[in-house]
Design a protein around this ligand. Structure first.
Ligand code: NAD
Ligand code: GLY
Length: 358
């Protein structure tokens, strides 16, 4: 299955394959000329999938070289990016040399930014190996690293030349990481795809149990939603901000509870419940939407209970002070399953939204 991302002059395919990484080399060779290619991964993913990646690329005529970056969000830093760029340049990187990001969203974001910045841009191939990276971070061209001032504050919009999601790689993922991705899948359903939402609602347990057909359809449909939104508003001048549905309240929980307590997608699911309850309380969507979202969250094995956090801590974590300077909160308002609108609401809505966390 190939899903196109239709960006003028920078269009690219997302391959979603049932198998492992055996077909990667052929897919890359269909898009980029063969020759040297640099594969970057971390020790965890490298231990599982580096050999298969290198073999596939070599069989397709490439001369691959492997590079390692450390695992974990705490290494998504300017220091890791700088070391990687130096390593790639030291190994003879040229403007035409593709760089492959093999791993989850942390790897994809760091390697993507290295590919965007080294030699002012070299071809990037995203090979996402977590559900979250398949349905979200590998698609759409946001790359970057964290700074001491906050998350993702250093980076670039830089689209890959192709994305290759090999569904078999999900079989080695920790269950909590799979759940995290399911939170973003559910978000895409609520945003723009009622059939995807129904799949979560009706087949949630099968996805948790790694049913290939269900997960494959979820990845494909999610990628279509993200690809459509990105094609309409690549640089988030407007519409793309709808992808932040569930993130205002979810991010507040993630920050206030301390990163690592709950996974990102688990917090997004809590945020989705709060934001849908908020929309229903304002009369923007019918109450049954709330019940359906709550039930779908539970069926996907996601938590429906926010850790105990004070309203003050949540408000602070939601960036109330920074938002107060702007005076408004720009948020996606759910109208029904599969339809949202973007609206700037008064900041007094933020504590109301947070109070509706489950
Ligand atoms: P991650 O990259 O840290 O991966 C989670 C863990 O799973 C890591 O330890 C990783 O080594 C391991 N792993 C990866 N693939 C595996 C596999 N197949 N089998 C076993 N273990 C595997 O986390 P993530 O959830 O993929 O990504 C989170 C990051 O993505 C955050 O930094 C977030 O800011 C970023 N993000 C970016 C965008 C974007 O648009 N660029 C969107 C959403 C999230
Ligand atoms: N994850 C939100 C975006 O890519 O815009």
């Amino acid at each position: 299955m190939i899903i196109p991302v239709s960006l003028e002059g920078r269009a690219y395919p997302i391959h979603v394959v049932d198998e492992g990484l055996g077909g990667l080399g052929a897919a890359v060779a269909a898009t980029l000329p063969t020759g040297p290619i640099m594969v970057v991964t971390n020790p965890v993913v490298g231990g599982l999938y580096l050999d298969a990646t290198l073999r596939s690329l070599a069989a397709a005529g490439f001369s691959p070289r492997a590079f390692e970056i450390p695992d974990g969000e705490r290494h998504k830093s300017v220091a890791t990016w700088a070391t990687l760029v130096e390593d790639l340049l030291g190994a003879g990187l040229r403007r035409s040399t593709p760089v492959v990001a093999l791993g989850g969203g942390v790897t994809g974001d760091i390697v993507g930014f290295a590919a965007a910045s080294a030699l002012r841009g070299v071809p990037l191939v995203q090979v996402p190996t977590t559900l979250l990276s398949m349905v979200d971070s590998a698609v759409g061209g946001k790359t970057g690293v964290n700074s001491s001032h906050g998350k993702n504050l250093v980076g670039a919009f830089y689209q890959p030349r192709l994305v290759y999601a090999a569904m078999q790689t999900l079989r080695t993922l920790e269950p909590a990481e799979l759940r995290s991705g399911l939170g973003e899948v559910l978000k895409h359903g609520v945003l723009r795809d009622e059939a995807l939402f129904a799949l979560c609602e009706q087949q949630g347990e099968r996805a948790v149990a790694l049913d290939g057909a269900v997960l494959g359809e979820m990845v494909e449909r999610s990628c279509r939603v993200k690809a459509e939104v990105v094609a309409l508003d690549e640089r988030e001048d407007g519409l793309r901000a709808i992808l932040n549905l569930g993130h205002t309240a979810g991010h507040a929980v993630e920050t206030a509870a301390g990163h690592g307590t709950l996974r990102h997608g688990e917090c997004v699911a809590l945020g989705l419940v709060a934001e849908v309850r908020w929309a229903a309380a304002r009369g923007d969507c019918p109450p049954e939407v709330v019940h359906r979202v709550e039930a779908a969250v539970a069926r996907l094995g996601l938590t429906i209970r926010t850790p105990p956090l004070s309203p003050q801590d949540l408000l602070r974590a939601a960036g109330y002070d920074k938002k107060a300077a702007r005076g408004m909160l720009r948020t996606a308002v759910v109208e029904r399953i599969g339809a949202v609108r973007l609206e700037a609401v008064g900041l007094e809505e933020l504590p109301r939204m947070l109070a509706l966390l489950p």
